[in-house]
Design a protein around this ligand. Sequence first.
Ligand SMILES: [Zn+2]
Length: 93
Amino acid sequence: MAKEGKESMVLGLIIIGLGIVGLVRSMNSDDTLFITVRVMFIIIGAIIVYSALKNIRKNSSEEVDANALFCPECLSQYHESDDFCKRCGKKFQ
Ligand SMILES: [Zn+2]
């Protein structure tokens, strides 16, 4: 999940970059439609980066769990209150 967030953040940054490069190139042009499209690129890219950052923050706060333990059999995460592993079924003492 965190990896997906990073990928969409990179995508957003690329879109922003394309928008900025296009905008700088069209600075001296009178084509307002072209400039508007580039500005929209930057805005859409910013929205993608913003939501990706929110996603990454949410995922990393889920990963940092002080009470989390790891199954000795399959290394999946479990909680102290669990009697057995949800993935491989190993019983915990
Ligand atoms: Zn297990």
